[in-house]
Write a protein that binds this ligand. Structure first.
Ligand SMILES: Nc1ncnc2c1ncn2[C@@H]1O[C@H](COP(=O)(O)OP(=O)(O)O)[C@@H](O)[C@H]1O
Ligand SMILES: Nc1ccn([C@@H]2O[C@H](COP(=O)(O)O)[C@@H](O)[C@H]2O)c(=O)n1
Length: 558
């Protein structure tokens, strides 16, 4: 973790769409890729002109013709905490790169256990302004990583006959039976647990789910909105705050007419027919009575600034109560409670060769080309050693002389390397060199210079990473805060804890302890463990800022 960032207006998003083509429009705040399709090494840069180190992010050109007509905005998305304007300001796209200027702060405590997000439910009639209220809350909250989930994503898939009925505007989409509550509840539950979910994308024009899904992650705040948000008791249990948006029926009808004709491919007669026969009766029967569940009723919707500010104040208070000072907590935990080194820590034998390599790279006067050369040698050794920790099974082969050789081979071929950008990326080549056809993921974590906390900016992982053994790479580990965040990300992607190896050239004892006790099944592999960290969280005696020395980005690295 080396690159420095200029902290600009904080924002961010917590979701992605597996189809990047679709992220150019209403969900452009996406920055976490759901799928690893292509990898290139060395695909980042750090220039004075750009605020942060940027991982490569391939984005094929948009093929507008393939897009089906869609609503103005896709509501199941993660939105920037601020307005569209500042969202755009906080993210810079070029043809090959995307730059994010705010990240996700820790969502777990010093024991690695997750702190639950605050979940807000918004209920109300169709076109009452639920989404508008949600967006205004997000805008005013000023909290990065807010996820907005819409109930529309959970409309059931229709059969052919139901499609015909829907095309005649006779299908009742306002009845509870129209929704897949099972999927809805499990999705919301997983999001509350901070886990990754794949959310269906609903198309109101075709009354169907698109083939793509949207990848979403846990967040500090989750907002769930829909016409029947408070209908199911299990959903109500998940919600921390319930808001009902109460807007006059004639206003709702006027808005709906305009929206459905302009954005959902409907005609005037069809909208009126559906509204009078199903939308309004269902509102009276199912939706209006749900008002009794609400903690807050917002008359008139998005224009009710007073109500929105009251809601925002309450949520901010709740978030402050859950506030985390992780890096400090980790350092203090070690100072007050030193523990023996557990068996999961695998320190390479300190041979003269390894000491010699350390002597080169720790020396502040070592020129950059030599620093790179000797670092690479050390990296190769630690990666080879990491592979030796894998499970091997017997394998007999026949030599060219026709004699059998009783050897072995690695039990699993499913190994994935994940580098913590940017210093960890220096270790990727060694993994490519020793593991044929290995897949590589990336996680960008930066330190927020104001809070001192690690923040997650970007990740790009194989979609099926849960089935892999993961070699997680960072050049140095001090408090362990960044490594713990990366491990937490992997666990949230359902990677088994025992399948994770965190591999580093140099670690501080405190970082080793924090990781080892938070994640007792994770193996920790390193070539040296130093006793201390200073008040800037640098390892002592240490190596300086590995990334800056390797990439030559900063002359003063003490
Ligand atoms: N206060 C408002 N004044 C004018 N138009 C509004 C207002 N609130 C919402 N709208 C418009 O009404 C439509 C429905 O609003 P939306 O927030 O999407 O409602 P819901 O999520 O309840 O269906 C949208 O086109 C939106 O732009
Ligand atoms: N294929 C569909 C699915 C749903 N609807 C209508 O959408 C309304 C819910 O969305 P809001 O944004 O208005 O909350 C609901 O009232 C359904 O009638 C539809 O028309 N077609």
């Amino acid at each position: 973790m080396a690159a420095k960032i200029n902290t600009l207006d904080p924002p961010s998003s917590a979701s992605s769409e597996s189809d990047i083509l679709e992220t150019q429009g209403d969900v452009s705040e996406v920055f976490i890729e759901g799928e690893l399709e292509e990898e290139r090494s060395g695909d980042f840069y750090n220039t004075p002109a750009s605020p942060i180190t940027v991982p490569y992010c391939p984005r094929p050109p948009s093929t507008g013709s393939q897009r089906s007509p869609r609503s103005r905005r896709q509501r199941t998305t993660s939105l920037n905490q601020s307005s569209k304007k500042s969202a755009a300001e906080s993210m810079i796209r070029t043809q090959h790169r995307t730059i994010y200027t705010a990240g996700r702060p820790p969502w777990y405590n010093s024991e690695g256990q997750k702190v639950e997000p605050f979940v807000i439910g918004i209920c109300g009639g169709s076109a009452s302004g639920k989404t508008t209220v949600a967006e205004k809350i997000i805008e005013s909250l000023g909290v990065p990583w807010v996820t907005l989930l819409s109930m529309d994503s959970f409309y059931k898939v229709l059969n052919e006959k139901q499609h015909e009925i829907a095309d005649r505007n006779e299908y009742n989409f306002d009845h509870p039976d129209a929704f897949d509550f099972e999927l809805l509840i499990s999705t919301l539950q997983r999001l509350k647990e901070g886990r990754k979910v794949e959310v269906p994308i609903y198309n109101f024009v075709t009354h169907s789910r698109e083939t793509r899904t949207k990848t979403m992650y846990g967040a500090n705040v989750i907002i769930f909105e829909g016409i029947l948000t408070f209908h199911h008791p299990k959903v109500n249990e998940i919600l921390d705050m319930k808001i009902f948006v109460d807007t006059d029926a004639d206003v709702r009808l006027a808005r709906r007419l305009r929206r459905d004709i302009n954005q959902r491919g409907r005609d005037l007669d069809g909208v009126l027919k559906q509204y009078t026969s199903m939308v309004q009766p269902s509102f009276n029967h199912y939706i209006a009575p749900l008002m009794s569940h609400a903690d807050i009723i917002v008359p008139r919707g998005g224009e009710n600034e007073v109500a929105i500010q009251l809601i925002v104040q309450h949520v901010q208070t709740q978030l402050q109560l859950r506030g985390l000072k992780l890096r400090e907590e980790l350092a203090q935990a070690y100072a007050t409670n030193k523990q023996p080194r557990p068996d999961t820590v695998k320190l390479l034998p300190t041979t003269p060769q390894i000491r010699g390599l350390h002597t080169f790279i720790r020396n502040k006067d070592t020129p950059r080309d030599e620093f790179i050369f000797y670092s690479k040698r050390l990296i190769r050794l630690v990666i080879e050693y990491t592979l030796s920790l894998m499970t091997f099974i017997d394998k007999t082969v026949e030599t060219p002389q026709g004699v059998f050789y009783h050897g072995n081979r690695m039990a699993t071929g499913k190994i994935c390397g994940v580098s913590i950008l940017r210093a960890g990326e220096t270790m990727e080549q060694a993994v490519y060199d020793v593991c044929k056809d290995i897949r590589i993921g990336k996680i960008l974590i930066q330190t927020n210079l104001q809070t001192g906390e690690p923040e997650l900016y970007y990740l790009r992982l194989p979609k099926d990473i849960k089935d892999f053994k993961v070699i997680l790479m960072d050049a140095t580990v001090a408090t362990g805060a960044a490594a713990m965040m990366a491990i937490r990300v992997l666990l949230d992607h359902d990677v088994q804890e025992s399948n994770i190896l965190i591999v580093s050239l140099l670690m501080a004892e405190s970082g080793v302890q924090s990781i080892a006790y938070a994640f007792p099944k994770v193996q920790i592999v390193t070539t040296a463990i130093d006793p201390e960290i200073n008040d800037k969280f640098y390892v002592l005696p240490g190596i300086g800022n590995f990334g800056d020395r390797y990439f030559g980005t900063e002359p003063d690295y003490c």
